[in-house]
Design a protein around this ligand. Structure first.
Ligand SMILES: NC(=O)c1ccc[n+]([C@@H]2O[C@H](COP(=O)([O-])OP(=O)(O)OC[C@H]3O[C@@H](n4cnc5c(N)ncnc54)[C@H](OP(=O)(O)O)[C@@H]3O)[C@@H](O)[C@H]2O)c1
Length: 242
């Protein structure tokens, strides 16, 4: 049996590229997503056809508490042990400071911070000794976000979480790291107006957004390098060096 990786939000964007990168190396995959069943099923079939691995897809909204039970029960029912969890899915809320509602603030915190903490807690027995967890932070957890306060603060919390969790996961011989991507060309970014994209590119030394497959290579490195632990790896193309 191949080693198996759980990737949240693994059917589109960065998560999809990470899934392909790991599939190329023969890992089995459990990919969660929010609600687009059709895209998820199509991607599952592509992976099975192209890489001859086992792929499961599972709808599990990270902003809902019940999703922790859904993922846990699924792994138990299928008797799946994980070598890695890649926390990739994340949400934002683009409202001005004056308009933030407490419910919205809590929703972003639950999805980006509480969900990975309590899913990790629940899945500990399902993670192999020597396994690892990769979080997805953000450059906007390092530099203040100009639009979403909740997003920036939760991504900072993710970075801090990683460094704190190292201590708590050491007894289980589980490594924990994060990637802090800069600007990656997924749907999330493609919808930005051209002048805003240009303004961002002007701040990046490489003068372009990151391709999702370039980022996926770093996820694979973190999963496979047995000495990386407690690191926040920024992948920004040289943001702010220009
Ligand atoms: N793109 C960037 O420039 C960038 C930069 C820094 C950090 N990040 C971080 O990287 C991660 C992925 O970003 P991305 O740009 O690849 O996003 P994306 O394109 O929006 O990712 C879509 C994937 O996430 C799933 N998803 C969305 N909302 C979800 C929810 N509430 N519950 C469960 N799954 C959900 C989608 O499922 P459906 O298809 O069902 O909706 C799909 O599988 C996020 O944590 C983001 O904060 C991104």
């Amino acid at each position: 049996m191949n080693k198996c990786i759980l990737i949240t939000g693994g059917t589109k964007g960065i998560g999809k590229s990470v899934a392909i990168e790991m599939a190329k190396s023969g890992y089995d995959l459990v990919l969660t997503y929010a609600s687009d069943n059709l895209s998820a099923a199509k991607f599952k079939q592509e992976l099975k056809d192209d890489y001859n691995i086992s792929v499961h897809i599972l709808s599990a909204d990270i902003s809902a508490k019940e999703s922790i039970d859904v993922i846990h029960s699924f792994l138990i029912a299928k008797q799946i042990k994980l070598t890695s969890i890649i926390f990739n899915a994340g949400i934002t809320s683009r409202v001005s400071f004056e308009e933030i509602e407490i419910e919205d603030w809590e929703r972003v915190f639950f999805a980006n911070v509480h969900f990975p903490v309590f899913l990790t807690q629940r899945l500990l027995p399902q993670i192999e000794i020597g396994g690892n967890i990769v979080f997805t932070g953000s450059l906007m957890g390092v530099y203040p976000h100009s639009v979403s306060l909740a997003y920036g603060v939760t991504k900072s919390a993710v970075h801090s979480l990683v460094q704190n969790m190292v201590k708590f996961l050491a007894p289980y011989k589980i490594r924990v790291n994060a990637i802090a991507p800069g600007f990656v060309d997924t749907e999330w970014q493609k919808t930005k107006p051209a002048e805003i994209r240009k303004r961002i590119e002007d701040k990046i030394a490489l003068e372009r957004f990151c391709e999702p497959d370039e980022l996926a290579q770093i996820y694979k490195l973190i999963v496979e390098n047995n000495y990386l632990n407690g690191e926040i790896i920024t992948v920004s193309g040289g943001y702010s060096y220009k």
